[in-house]
Ligand binder design. Structure first.
Ligand code: CUA
Length: 187
């Protein structure tokens, strides 16, 4: 090997190394751009579907009027639960739902931002005044769950707790026969 050959070899090695360094920098930049896009762009996009309500008139008429709150068995066998959060309680304070059934929770706030968290599940949504929060859920087993408010909503926040009672599917269907809205308040 001549001196010239080894110079030539070192040059090739240096060039290859630079090329790979460039490639790795490009990969890092692409990943950073993807992370920024996912985190910033998507977080600032509105939801695909936004439903609004008027928090000052909730109790008067419409979907969240008091007589319409609670659980209802739909014609297709699914269940819809409507609830509102207000300082410092949920209405209904105890949600009655059947096991092994697709459930849609629709809820909103009558005053400030609250949250619904059903302990022991991944069900967790914010209740924002003026907007309807919709959350799909399903319980495989009967039982009771605690449902604390998980957004600080002023001095009574610590005491804002609700409950979810999951009962047997047939039992629920029986109770739903008379129509109306079901809940487990006072049970
Ligand atoms: Cu409602 Cu915290």
């Amino acid at each position: 090997m001549t001196v010239e050959d080894s110079h030539h070899g070192a040059e090739i090695a240096a060039r290859t190394e630079r090329r790979w360094a460039t490639v790795s920098v490009i990969i890092v930049v692409v990943l950073a751009v993807m992370a920024a896009f996912a985190g910033i762009h998507r977080a600032t996009m509105p939801q695909a579907r936004v439903e609004i309500t008027d928090p000052s008139r909730l109790h008067l008429s419409g979907e969240f009027a008091e007589s319409n709150l609670g659980s209802v068995l739909e014609a297709n066998g699914a269940v819809t639960v409507r609830a509102i959060g207000q300082q410092y309680s949920f209405t209904p304070a105890c949600l009655l739902v059947p096991a092994e059934t697709p459930i849609t929770l629709r809820a909103t706030s009558a005053d400030v931002v609250h949250g619904i968290l059903i302990q022991g599940t991944n069900i967790n949504t914010m209740l924002v005044p003026g907007f309807v929060s919709e959350q799909l859920m399903r319980f495989e087993k009967t039982g009771d769950y605690l449902m604390p408010c998980q957004e600080f909503c002023s001095f009574g926040h610590e005491g804002m707790w609700g409950k979810v009672k999951v009962i047997d599917k047939a039992d629920f269907a029986n109770r739903a026969k008379g129509g109306g809205r079901l809940s487990c308040v006072g049970q």
